[in-house]
Design a protein around this ligand. Structure first.
Ligand SMILES: [Zn+2]
Length: 307
């Protein structure tokens, strides 16, 4: 079945903001599980289960890089963290974290994580390169946990399975932007966005509260890593034009999840609260999902959803 339902607007940023101000819970799409998902823009996802919070790639700062302009991202864009913005959400208790899961090292995934780790005390998972970058940006080292993919870990009321994955490859040569790796022993501080190299890509499957979700931070995957995974929700980035049968092969490998939640589709030159599709990628993904049995879910910034 495919309803083509978009939850955008129904559970949009303004409704969420109003609910935050009123101290009221944000409405859920349906309430068959005890897990809820909230979208923080780009690939930033918050998973709440049994009073615990798992964040994936949280990036609230969204500084201007020109990524979606014809000229592309300026590699010398300085890294910055909007602490006032992050503090605002943390201090009100609206944002918290027990775990932070990093899919790869790029600026639109990793930049805010060191500060969020400092403020929340969360355990942070990533590869050696991701940990090297985050330690050099001030993340508390005793909170960093190295992962290589293949781990299946149980915590208080939820489990996290870490999957080896692949980054998006774009252009005629199917190249990975800002590629490379960095050893844990390196200590110089990253200054500009090109310093934040990909460093390998991981995907994460989180289960708990009667539901499960798998998240991909880049529009590619390793099909064999997904064998046997049967998530209720797959967070799928737009793109994947160079990946053979990007959407149908992925959804088949995952046993056709009930929901496909669009991710990494918004222009992050615009601040949180302004979710705008810069290049029609969302409609391409919507069409690909419409040809499958999964329901397509599009949230607005801070919109939430219960699978
Ligand atoms: Zn990336």
């Amino acid at each position: 079945m495919n309803t083509g339902l978009s939850r955008r607007g129904l559970f949009g940023a303004s409704a969420a903001a109003a609910a935050i101000l009123a101290g009221a819970p944000v409405a859920a799409a349906s309430s068959t599980s005890q897990m809820s998902l909230r979208w923080w823009g780009n690939n930033g996802w918050e998973i709440r289960v049994g009073g615990k919070t798992i964040l994936i790639d949280p990036w609230l700062t969204r500084f201007k890089t020109g990524t979606y302009t014809p000229a592309g991202a300026d590699p010398h864009t300085p890294l910055s963290v909007n602490r006032a913005l992050i503090d605002g959400y943390l201090d009100r208790g609206f944002l918290r974290a027990d775990h932070i899961l990093v899919t790869h090292g790029h600026y639109d995934h990793l930049t805010d994580v060191p500060y969020l780790a400092q403020r929340t005390g969360a355990t942070v998972f990533g590869t050696e390169t991701h940990l090297s970058l985050m330690a050099a940006l001030g993340a508390p080292e005793d909170q960093l946990a190295i992962a290589s993919g293949g781990e299946d870990l149980t915590f208080d009321g939820y489990s996290i399975r870490i999957l080896r994955s692949l980054h998006s490859a774009t252009g005629e040569r199917a190249r990975v932007p800002f590629p490379g790796s960095r050893p844990l022993s390196r200590r110089d501080r990253p200054r500009v966005i090109e310093d934040l190299v990909e460093g390998g890509t991981l995907a994460y499957a989180v289960s708990g509260g009667g539901a499960s979700v798998v998240n991909f931070g880049g529009s590619n995957y390793i099909e064999s890593e997904l064998a046997g995974l049967r998530p209720d929700v797959a967070c799928v980035p737009v793109g994947g034009a160079k990946v053979t049968q990007y959407v149908p092969r992925l959804l088949r490998a995952l046993g056709n999840p009930r929901f496909v939640a669009a991710t990494h589709w918004d222009d992050f030159d615009l601040p949180l609260g302004q979710a705008h599709d810069p290049n029609g990628g969302l409609e391409v993904l919507r069409k690909a999902v419409a040809a499958t049995s999964s329901e397509f879910v599009v949230l607005d910034h801070l919109g939430s959803f219960t699978p």
